[in-house]
Design a protein around this ligand. Structure first.
Ligand code: RIB
Length: 306
C-alpha cells in the first residue's frame, strides 16, 4: 500500500435523526416510527470516514457549529483516522442536521438544515488552498455551497490534482464545473437528472456516460445498486458486477463507495481493484444501520473480499 498518497474530502457534516417507518408519511399524516437512531452523518463526513477507515491518508475540509455535537463530531472524526485541522467552527451556527425517514425496504427520504455547512465559503477554500494543492486526490459532493465546490475544483484543476465529484444531492451543474472534473460518480437517478437519460439498462448507462464525457469528464462511474457500476473511461464502457447482500439501510452506501473508492484508487491506480474494494465497502454498509455507524474498516472490507 502506498501510504504517501494524500486525499482531501471537502464537504458537509450533519447530525442525522433517523426514524424507521412502515412507509413514508403522506401530507397531513402522523406516523409512529418503529426505531429511532441519532448518528453522525453528512455526505462529506461520511465519505471522509469511509476513506479514513479504508486506510487513506486523509484531510477533511468542513465546518461544524459552535455546539456540543460539533465538538463530539470532531472527536469522532479524529478516531476515524482523519486530519481535522481544517475543520472550522462557525460561530453562532448550529451543526448541520438531516431528518431521515427510512422505510421497510431500506429506502430513505432526507430533509436537510445546512447550518454550519453554509459557512464553507469560497473564502474558506482560499484560506485552506494549500491543503488542496498539496493533495493527490480531491473528493467533492454537493451539500455545501456550489460556488465553493467550484472554487475547490478550479484550484485542483490548476494543480493537476485528480478531482472526483459525487453529484449528490443532485442539482443543475454548470458546464464550467463539469469540465473541471476527472471522475464523476452519479447513481442512476443522478445520472438521469444530469443527462436527461433514464438509466434502466447497460445501454442507457453507456449513453448517459457518453453525454457526461461530452462535458469534458474522462471517467464516468454510474452506480447501479446491486447491478454494480457502469465504468466508462474515455468512452470505453463496461459493467463491473456488485455484491448481492440483504439490504437493511441504504443511508451512506453511496458515500461509503466514494470514500473507499478514492482511497483504493490512489493506492493502486487500478479501476477494477478500486471498484471491487468500494463495492465491498458499500455492501457491508447497506447490511448495517445508520450513516457512519454502518461504514466498515479496511480489515472488514478485505475479509469480505476474501
Ligand atoms: O448520504 C447520506 C447522508 O445524506 C446522510 O448522512 C445525511 O446527513 C445526508 O447528508
Amino acid at each position: 500500500m502506498q501510504a504517501n498518497k494524500k486525499m482531501v474530502v471537502l464537504g458537509s457534516i450533519n447530525i442525522d435523526h433517523v426514524l424507521q417507518v412502515p412507509h413514508f408519511p403522506k401530507p397531513g399524516e402522523t406516523l409512529s416510527g418503529t426505531h429511532y437512531l441519532m448518528s453522525f452523518g453528512g455526505k462529506g463526513a461520511n465519505q471522509a470516514v469511509a476513506a479514513g477507515r479504508s486506510g487513506a491518508s486523509i484531510a477533511f475540509m468542513a465546518c461544524v457549529g459552535d455546539d456540543e455535537v460539533g465538538q463530539l463530531l470532531r472527536e469522532q472524526l479524529l478516531k476515524d483516522n482523519i486530519d481535522i485541522s481544517t475543520i472550522e467552527v462557525a460561530e453562532g451556527e448550529a451543526t448541520g442536521v438531516a431528518m431521515i425517514y427510512l422505510d421497510d425496504q431500506g429506502e430513505n427520504t432526507i430533509g436537510i438544515y445546512p447550518g454550519a455547512n453554509a459557512s464553507l465559503t469560497t473564502a474558506y477554500v482560499e484560506k485552506h488552498r494549500q491543503v488542496i494543492t498539496a493533495c493527490d486526490g480531491l473528493l467533492l459532493q454537493l451539500e455545501t455551497p456550489l460556488e465553493s465546490v467550484l472554487a475547490a475544483a478550479k484550484l485542483a484543476h490548476q494543480h493537476d490534482i485528480l478531482t472526483v465529484l459525487n453529484p449528490a444531492p443532485v442539482q443543475p451543474l454548470s458546464d464550467e464545473l463539469l469540465s473541471l472534473i476527472d471522475i464523476i460518480t452519479p447513481n442512476e437517478t443522478e445520472a438521469e437528472a444530469l443527462t436527461g437519460i433514464s438509466v434502466q439498462s447497460d445501454q442507457d448507462a453507456e449513453q448517459a456516460a457518453r453525454c457526461l464525457h461530452h462535458k469534458g469528464i474522462d471517467t464516468v462511474m454510474i452506480t447501479l445498486g446491486n447491478r454494480g457500476v457502469w465504468l466508462s473511461v474515455n468512452g470505453q464502457g463496461q459493467r463491473i458486477a456488485g455484491y448481492d447482500v440483504t439490504v437493511k439501510d441504504t443511508i451512506a452506501a453511496g458515500d461509503t463507495f466514494n470514500g473507499a473508492f478514492l482511497c483504493r484508487y490512489l493506492e493502486t491506480a487500478d479501476w477494477q481493484q478500486a471498484i471491487d474494494f468500494a463495492q465491498a465497502a458499500a455492501a457491508i454498509a447497506v447490511s448495517r444501520q445508520g450513516a457512519q455507524t454502518s461504514i466498515p474498516w479496511r480489515g472488514e472490507i478485505i475479509d469480505f473480499l476474501k
